[in-house]
Design a protein around this ligand. Structure first.
Ligand code: DC
Length: 218
């Protein structure tokens, strides 16, 4: 079994790399950002103050959050589109900053990892799967990241792209405390190579690390 942690800031290509690597390794892809987003939507619907960490955590602890086929389900409702919208995007960093919320969501993040997985987020390598066989920290220049976000949502106007870059910088600042690469993470700049090359290299590293670790597991 192989466990890989893929971390890095928003717009860096984590989801693309993590999904392709999970498919290549034939293990589940766990998008922890989607789990934080679904919990944030639940707090909005419950009318909870996003600054109230304890109440947010109570909501996070009582809801059921699952991912199937690249979509996110909150208590069995498909909320994939709602969690990518502006309301959740504006609040998720604040809701996810509360330590009790982070503790409450760990069980969702670790579910389904019995046979391995690729876990994507900000703190996968430091908090969710600190024993992962391979830990990766993805980087890219602010221009590359803003350009990718713009392409994802169909924005072409240069002023709008610049405002996306500002938004990313603000979210980086707000996420900064929990955005720390694990000491043993490898750094990969997604602006330097194509997805196929990056995924091929990571798959080879992960497979080698997992087979080197196997005798220790027995
Ligand atoms: O990767 P994303 O943009 O979907 O993440 C949404 C938010 O969730 C982001 O602002 C940071 C937060 N997050 C977090 O705090 N810890 C994680 N492991 C993943 C995401």
């Amino acid at each position: 079994m192989i466990v890989v942690a893929i971390d890095g800031p928003g717009g860096v290509g984590k989801s693309t790399v993590a999904a392709a690597l999970a498919a290549r390794l034939q293990v589940p892809h766990i998008d922890t950002g989607a789990i934080y987003r679904a919990a944030t939507l639940a707090t909005v619907r419950a009318g909870v103050d996003p600054a109230d960490g304890q109440s947010c955590a109570e909501v996070a602890a009582r809801v059921d959050i699952r991912r199937h086929g690249g979509r996110t389900f909150l208590d069995d409702e498909d909320v994939e589109d709602a969690i990518r919208g502006p309301e959740v995007t504006a609040l998720v960093s604040q809701v996810s900053s509360h330590p009790p919320v982070r503790t409450a969501l760990l069980r969702h993040q670790r579910a389904g990892l019995e046979h391995g997985g690729v876990v994507e987020g900000r703190d996968a390598g430091t908090a969710v799967v600190p024993d992962a066989h391979l830990k990766v920290w993805l980087t890219a220049s602010p221009e590359v990241r803003a350009g990718r976000r713009a392409a994802q949502i169909g924005v072409t106007d240069p002023a709008a792209v610049a405002s996306l870059a500002d938004e990313l910088a603000q979210r980086d600042a707000s996420d900064a405390q929990r955005m720390r690469p694990a000491a043993d993470a490898i750094m990969v700049d997604t602006g330097d190579a194509g997805v196929d090359d990056i995924v091929g290299d990571l798959a080879a590293r992960a497979t080698a690390a997992a087979s080197a670790a196997r005798p220790k597991e027995q």
